[in-house]
Design a protein around this ligand. Structure first.
Ligand code: NI
Length: 166
């Protein structure tokens, strides 16, 4: 396994804007990509990572949330979304920048796992946001595009302090 370079918005925006192609065949290259993405996400300490963020224009996403385990998704599609939540999001491609945006409260996705089996998974709250955020990456969309407000690191830290004080 290898730690891959994560593309950054300030230098690599052109590449992050590209649309990823569906995976047609799950071969060794794709399973190796999943392994490397897992290692890269663990090293970076984020919630999710999409293949285009490591320079691979394929519809591959991984998400790891506490007590949710690791979810590997190939060709993910949102098949249901409902409700609304407003929260703060960050992105491994944009360190020190945060977005306040509205996402659905509940999201269901269909995808293939690494064995090529069809899977469906429903998520709420953080997991629902992660599904939307990572699948957006596959279409070259960043969370800042639809933000109600963009926060700097200082503003984000301030917001967290206010929440802790409440
Ligand atoms: Ni991101």
């Amino acid at each position: 396994m290898a730690i891959l370079n994560i593309l950054k918005e300030d230098k690599d925006l052109g590449d992050l804007r590209k649309k990823s192609k569906p995976v047609e065949k799950i071969n060794k290259r794709i399973t190796l990509l999943l392994d490397d993405m897992r290692e890269t996400l663990k090293n970076a300490g984020g919630v999710g990572l999409a293949a285009p963020q490591v320079g691979v224009l394929r519809r591959v996403v991984i998400i790891e949330i506490e007590d949710g385990g690791l979810i590997e998704m190939i060709n993910p599609e949102i098949i249901y979304s409902g409700g609304e939540q407003e929260e703060v999001e960050g992105c491994l491609s944009s360190p020190g920048k945060f977005a306040i945006l509205i996402r659905p409260e509940s999201v269901k996705v269909a995808y293939l796992d690494r064995n090529g089996e069809k899977q469906e998974k429903e998520g709420t709250e953080l997991l629902a946001r992660a599904f939307c955020h990572e699948i957006d990456h596959l279409d070259g969309v960043l969370c800042f595009d639809n933000a109600k407000r963009i926060l700097t690191q200082e503003e984000y830290d301030e917001l967290n302090r206010e929440e802790e004080a409440d």
